[in-house]
Design a protein. Structure first.
Length: 327
């Protein structure tokens, strides 16, 4: 498909989906948080959200491109990501939470819960606030003996989960390519859950505007970083057996975000790898579904209090429960 036809396809997809969507308005931290509630008490799944009898994948890699609007894909352009769409189950009209801000949205993404449950309503690095006091994906994976890894470009993201639930944490205040290069140089031997955060598109959006030439240029670099990351997985023989989810915390408009506007709330959600059946998704996707989908693919129990549900359609399965979204 030519680049122009692909751009038209994405724009038409976004217009149709947005019309149907209903939007509702480097050190670890020193404070000692209150312990997360007992895993034994919280990891009792509802019957409809039971773990898979056999895991569909050995490991999950979640990549979040901060401030990434899906209509930027052909504009940047992002050739690696455009090619990956052919191998993916994807939505270009997935929805984030309100407020559409970095720390609350990433907490929902990785805890499977809406802000009224996880309570992370601030969006700055505030060590005195401690950590989100809910059971998140890292808690569940770490309790199951899986290696958990987090590489982030914003310090505040360490407040998503307690240090004891992370085997490796790195905060790197730099560009996306630098974060990726640092990870490649120190690549974990066999991770279970890895979260990678690219900050640069959000920085450029606030400075120059969303979809500005400056932001599009760094999204082109983010695409190169994705290519480097995939090449490293191939080199280490880890690509097979890895579920990769590429998404974002929020979009943006002008030089800001945080509102309930479609431009702020709409994000990409792209899943490829182990167990995935490539197709454009027809079922709704919200950011809370990311944690649930990762846990489902790994055969891990899904806490009953999670708002997110696995995107069954991505695995070619009947939709048992549709995503509920957040109020």
């Amino acid at each position: 498909m030519s680049r122009n036809l692909f751009a038209i396809f994405i724009c038409l997809t976004l217009i149709a989906c947005q019309a149907a969507a209903q939007v509702t308005p480097t050190p670890i931290m020193t404070p000692t948080p209150e312990p997360t509630s007992s895993l034994a008490a919280t990891l009792t799944p509802e019957p409809t959200l039971s773990p898979t009898p056999t895991p569909l994948t050995h490991r999950v890699l979640i990549l979040s491109i901060d401030g990434f609007r899906p209509d930027a894909i052909p504009l940047a352009p992002m050739p690696t990501l455009m090619e990956l769409l052919n191998q993916s189950a994807y939505s270009l009209s997935a929805q984030t939470i309100y407020p559409s801000a970095t720390l609350p949205a990433h907490t929902s993404m990785l805890s499977g819960q809406c802000p009224d449950k996880h309570g992370v309503l601030w969006n700055d690095y505030l060590p005195e606030n401690g950590y989100a006091q809910v059971t998140d994906l890292f808690d569940v994976a770490h309790a199951a003996g899986l290696q958990t890894v987090m590489y982030v470009g914003k310090e505040k993201l360490q407040q998503i989960t307690e240090p004891q639930s992370l085997d490796i944490f790195q905060y790197i205040n730099d560009r996306d390519l630098v974060i990726t290069d640092t990870l490649i140089q120190n690549f974990p031997a066999d991770f279970g859950v890895m979260f990678i955060h690219f900050p640069t598109a959000d920085w450029m959006g606030h400075e120059y505007g969303w979809l500005s030439p400056e932001q599009l240029s760094v999204l082109f670099r983010a695409d190169q970083a994705i290519a480097n990351l995939l090449a490293e997985l191939d080199k280490r023989g880890l690509r097979e057996g890895t579920l990769i989810i590429i998404t974002a915390d929020h979009g943006g408009h002008e030089t800001t975000h945080g509102s309930s506007m479609t431009e702020d709330m709409t994000i990409p959600w792209i899943a490829l790898g182990s167990g995935i059946i490539p197709a454009q998704l027809t079922s709704p996707v919200t950011t809370t579904d990311t944690a649930a989908t990762a846990a489902y693919a790994l055969g891990l129990p899904i806490p009953a209090e999670w708002d997110g549900v696995p995107i069954y359609e991505a695995f070619g399965l009947p939709v048992e429960i549709q995503s509920r979204g957040c109020p």
